[in-house]
Design a protein around this ligand. Structure first.
Ligand SMILES: *[C@@H]1O[C@H](CO)[C@@H](O)[C@H](O)[C@H]1NC(C)=O
Ligand SMILES: *[C@@H]1O[C@H](CO)[C@@H](O)[C@H](O)[C@H]1NC(C)=O
Ligand SMILES: *[C@@H]1O[C@H](CO)[C@@H](O)[C@H](O)[C@H]1NC(C)=O
Ligand SMILES: *[C@@H]1O[C@H](CO)[C@@H](O)[C@H](O)[C@H]1NC(C)=O
Ligand SMILES: *[C@@H]1O[C@H](CO)[C@@H](O)[C@H](O)[C@H]1NC(C)=O
Ligand SMILES: *[C@@H]1O[C@H](CO)[C@@H](O)[C@H](O)[C@H]1NC(C)=O
Ligand SMILES: *[C@@H]1O[C@H](CO)[C@@H](O)[C@H](O)[C@H]1NC(C)=O
Ligand SMILES: *[C@@H]1O[C@H](CO)[C@@H](O)[C@H](O)[C@H]1NC(C)=O
Ligand SMILES: *[C@@H]1O[C@H](CO)[C@@H](O)[C@H](O)[C@H]1NC(C)=O
Ligand SMILES: *[C@@H]1O[C@H](CO)[C@@H](O)[C@H](O)[C@H]1NC(C)=O
Ligand SMILES: *[C@@H]1O[C@H](CO)[C@@H](O)[C@H](O)[C@H]1NC(C)=O
Ligand SMILES: *[C@@H]1O[C@H](CO)[C@@H](O)[C@H](O)[C@H]1NC(C)=O
Length: 840
């Protein structure tokens, strides 16, 4: 090959200056290329001109209206044309010597080009590195002369009207990106594709490709994205060595005729984030090894022929936000481990053969917005806990064998816009108050025992015949039935309370306790005023809704103003029948009567009666941190100094619980809705319903509904062992929430998976308040963020103790490495240096 030794700068107009250039060439030849006299033997036409000619010939073959290519004119340099860029190329095969200006990039996406691709003479464009012709109307075949593009790294011809086969010559060794999607290509995948060892992106979706997926595709070990969806791979299966593609993040094989099982080597694809194998004929069971895909955020295996049960290893898929397994032949019980999928927002298990009841652990996935388990063989009651999934937008449990009443908790789902409970065996009366007021799309039909007020007739409910009689009969029936358990329950509570009373007396922890026992009622007061059960009931008009100031996990909170102006918050517990765990009541009383701390909400007493049970606290006026962070008007008041103080208060209280009590106490449910703020924005920890004392430093975790998703330490779901470090993690979530102004949500995922942290701290700070204004404030914000990152480490042992955290925050000790202006701090720095918190 001959090359012209051309040193022209891209701004020169070559045509107008050809004479001059001719001279320049001679000069350059003499000066630079003396030893290689054959260099310019074809001086009649430069490489660039040849490329320009090839492009102009193609342009003239295109249909009129390629208006964007107006700059493509003979006599001008192609380097100046729309969509064309040149670079200095060194002839291949030589590592030094002559360079010349050549057309290297063509980028003509979305230019309305109409015409034939095969009129483009690739042999004249051998220096192309980058070719993007996507989103045009090019037709014809991909010419096999594409093999001449030996340097090509990027090829995108997606969304055109190309047909014919994929030429084997496409096996270009430097290709890293190949996209031929959305054409009408019909051939097998050429085996030469296996030679593209540099390829990281391959998209051949939405064509008519047939045959099977060649095993040689597993040679492409640098692939990060593979999409072969919407083709006609007739009845082949996935290559068993798929697991070799260890860098793969994105795998889509939607809507092909794939058969055979999912290869168990899929568990090796540990970088996978997005997996869609839906709409095939895939058989066999879901491999257990899929539990290794801990970075997976999206999984769709729907519309296949999968059998067997959901592997319990799915509990490790903690990054999942969408899980779609509908329309398969899956069976067995729904694994309680689904409750570990704390980021899940879409769960679709419809149209399978699942049996057993809906595990209440699903209530832990608080980000769920769509839950569909219709058309299965589920039995048992609808767990009341579903009523705490406040993000729920649609709930479809139709076509099962569910029994019992519709839980009243569902009435709290203000965001619910679709509820389908039709075709079950539900019973009871649908009250106006058991359906969220906003809900209009309701199906309750085909439930034999369900009846409703007249306003529900349009939902297919029969009116309740002789309502008085009917409901009375039910109550009578029920009370007979429930008498024994209720009696046992009450005796048990009495026993607990008696024990506590004894313990308290002996340890003299509760000094002013007044015990008032009469009939089936017991009240214990730790308050030097006079309160009676009747006073509370009277002041709230028998717990009328208008005094309700909040609904928590275990009960509703009422504001109570007694005569004389004393104000309390009273938490009325849900009936024992509903939350089924006396331990909760027990735990809260036991913990709160023993601890005294300025940042822990004070318990004044409790009453237990066969009809109701409540706890009486100090009223913390401003309500929860969560509600304040959600209110645009309120949040502006909470500036950076207040936020730093809030985080420090929480740290101090937790440090006290973990380190200053006889046995460490783990709160287990630290979250922003359990942090209350008073009028001075001082923070208090509340809601000790799940708190546990740790004996010998740990406790095994067995309660069904423990912790709140989005705040639970990841190890809890896998090890089931509770330590103080679980609170440390939850504290980290709250601290980060205070810094960024909302639940960190997906921001937590990088801690589990990605090592590279893109972005800067400054970019995630809550923008609703003015940026930190002094150096001291900046430093404190950085410190809080650093502490949060330290607490969110996956390894519990790596997290600091609350004592270390409180110490770091209270003495404002800044690791030297972080002493830089706020705008220079990258999230990666916080990640890298968070270990320094432990050594303060
Ligand atoms: C490119 O176009 C600009 C004006 O649009 C002109 O000044 C310049 O000389 C041209 N360069 C070449 C190499 O044609
Ligand atoms: C010079 O290049 C032109 C155009 O590519 C070609 O037709 C001609 O044969 C070449 N001449 C020599 C001597 O290589
Ligand atoms: C040409 O393509 C290469 C490879 O993708 C890219 O790195 C380079 O930035 C592109 N050059 C221009 C000027 O677009
Ligand atoms: C590609 O894969 C095939 C079959 O999987 C194998 O026989 C072949 O050696 C591989 N080629 C390269 C270049 O690795
Ligand atoms: C895919 O499988 C279905 C069902 O077996 C069949 O009807 C269809 O023709 C197949 N398509 C191709 C392209 O093989
Ligand atoms: C999967 O990984 C294991 C262990 O890293 C390795 O032994 C095995 O060969 C891998 N399988 C495939 C198909 O790459
Ligand atoms: C993948 O999962 C299997 C089965 O659950 C397990 O035996 C194996 O150790 C896991 N491999 C890795 C690399 O985690
Ligand atoms: C869930 O599955 C059903 C039944 O296959 C389907 O109609 C629905 O679109 C799916 N919903 C979601 C949110 O994926
Ligand atoms: C579901 O209910 C139907 C009708 O009452 C009954 O025939 C069927 O056996 C029940 N299935 C299960 C799994 O309970
Ligand atoms: C509710 O579910 C039933 C049975 O799955 C279905 O026939 C009906 O169309 C659904 N209703 C709505 C409003 O989606
Ligand atoms: C109820 O929801 C179903 C499924 O999303 C939808 O097809 C239907 O149109 C909705 N009905 C109303 C009245 O909004
Ligand atoms: C004890 O309870 C009874 C009945 O509720 C009430 O009349 C009395 O005042 C209470 N005594 C104290 C000391 O609270």
């Amino acid at each position: 090959m001959q090359y012209v030794c051309l040193g022209a700068s891209p701004t020169l107009d070559l045509h107008n200056m050809s004479l001059l250039l001719g001279l320049g060439q001679q000069l350059l030849l003499l000066l630079l290329a003396l030893p290689r006299l054959n260099c310019a033997s074809n001086s009649t036409q430069s490489t660039l001109d040849r490329q320009a000619d090839a492009l102009l010939r193609w342009r003239s073959s295109l249909h009129d209206g390629s208006y964007y290519l107006d700059s493509w004119r003979k006599g001008t340099s192609p380097c100046n044309w729309t969509g064309v860029t040149c670079s200095n190329a060194r002839p291949s095969g030589r590592d030094q010597g002559d360079v010349s200006l050549v057309v290297s990039n063509i980028s003509l996406a979305l230019n309305g080009l109409q015409g034939r691709l095969d009129r483009l003479h690739f042999a004249d464009l051998p220096y192309l590195v980058y070719l993007d012709l996507s989103y045009n109307f090019l037709s014809g075949q991909i010419p096999s002369s594409i093999g001449a593009l030996a340097e090509l790294a990027f090829l995108d011809m997606s969304d055109n009207d190309l047909d014919g086969s994929i030429p084997p010559s496409i096996g270009l060794p430097h290709l890293t990106h190949l996209n031929l999607a959305w054409n009408a290509l019909s051939s097998k995948i050429p085996s030469s594709l296996g030679a593209l060892t540099e390829l990281s992106f391959l998209d051949l979706s939405s064509n008519r490709i047939f045959g099977h997926i060649p095993p040689s595709i597993c040679n492409l070990t640098k692939l990060t994205s593979l999409d072969l969806s919407y083709n006609f791979f007739s009845k082949g299966s996935m290559p068993s060595t798929l697991g070799a593609l260890e860098k793969l993040k994105n795998l889509k094989l939607i809507h092909n005729n794939l058969t055979g099982p999912i290869p168990s080597s899929i568990g090796n694809l540990t970088s996978l984030v997005f997996l869609d194998l839906s709409n095939n004929w895939i058989k066999g069971s879901i491999p257990r090894s899929m539990g290794n895909l801990t970075c997976l955020e999206f999984m769709d295996l729907s519309n296949n022929q999968l059998k067997g049960s959901i592997p319990r290893t799915f509990s490790k898929l903690i990054s999942l936000t969408t899980l779609s397994l509908q329309s398969n032949q899956l069976n067995g019980l729904l694994p309680p481990e689904l409750g570990s999928l704390v980021f899940l927002s879409h769960l679709n298990l419809s149209s399978n053969h699942f049996i057993g009841s809906i595990p209440p652990q699903i209530g832990q996935c608080i980000l769920l917005s769509s839950l569909r388990i219709s058309n299965n063989l589920l039995t048992g009651q609808i767990p009341y806990i579903l009523g705490y999934l406040t993000n729920l937008y649609e709930l479809d449990l139709s076509r099962n064998n569910l029994t019992g009443a519709i839980p009243v908790t569902l009435s709290q789902l203000y965001g619910l816009s679709r509820l389908n409970l039709s075709y079950n065996h539900l019973g009871g009366k649908v009250l106006y108050t058991s359906i969220p007021p906003s809900l209009t799309n309701i199906s309750l039909d085909h439930n034999m025992d369900l009846c409703g007020d007249s306003q529900y007739s349009m939902y297919g409910l029969t009116p309740c015949i002789a309502p008085e009689l009917h409901s009375e009969q039910q109550i009578v029936k029920r009370s007979h039935f429930k008498l024994l358990p209720a009696f046992l329950g009450i005796s048990f509570i009495c026993l607990i309370l008696a024990c506590i009373a004894v313990v308290c007396q002996r340890r003299e922890l509760v000094e002013n306790t007044i015990e008032n026992k009469s009939g089936d009622m017991l009240c214990i007061w730790n308050f030097d005023g006079q309160i009676a059960f009747e006073d509370i009931v009277g002041a709230t008009e028998n717990f009328n809704e208008k005094y309700c100031i909040g609904v928590g996990g275990y009960g509703s909170v009422f504001k109570v103003e007694l005569e004389g102006g004393v104000i309390f918050a009273v938490k009325l517990l849900h009936s024992m029948e509903e939350y089924g765990d006396e331990g909760t009541f027990h735990a809260e009383i036991e913990v709160l009567t023993k601890i005294r701390h300025r940042s822990i909400v004070k318990l004044y007493g409790f009453c237990s009666h066969s009809q109701c049970k409540f706890l009486v606290y100090d009223l913390i006026e401003r309500g929860s941190l969560e509600s304040i962070l959600h209110e645009q008007e309120l949040v502006e008041e909470v500036d950076w100094p207040k936020r730093i103080a809030i985080v420090t208060d929480i740290a101090q209280a937790l440090s006290y619980l973990h380190h200053d009590c006889e046995d460490p106490i783990v709160h287990r449910d630290i979250k922003s809705s359990n942090i209350l703020l008073d009028l001075d924005y001082k923070a208090y920890i509340s809601d000790f319903g799940m708190a546990r004392k740790l004996k010998h430093g740990y406790s095994s975790w067995s309660t069904i509904f423990a912790g709140t998703c989005g705040y639970i330490a990841p190890e809890l779901s896998s090890t089931m062992v509770l330590t103080e470090k679980c609170d440390v993690y939850s504290f980290g979530v709250v601290a980060l929430e205070v810094v960024i102004g909302k639940h960190p949500g997906e921001l937590l995922l990088p801690f589990f998976c990605r090592t590279e942290q893109p972005g800067k701290l400054q970019d995630i700070l809550d923008r609703r308040i003015t940026a930190p204004s002094t150096v001291e404030e900046e430093k404190a914000v950085i410190l809080v963020a650093l502490v949060a990152f330290a607490c969110l480490q996956v390894n519990p042992k790596a997290r600091p103790t609350m004592q270390q955290v409180y110490q770091a925050l209270s003495i404002r000790s800044y690791p030297a490495l972080m002493l830089r202006p706020l705008h220079e701090i990258r999230l990666q720095d916080l990640h890298d240096y968070c270990g320094s918190i432990k050594s303060i």
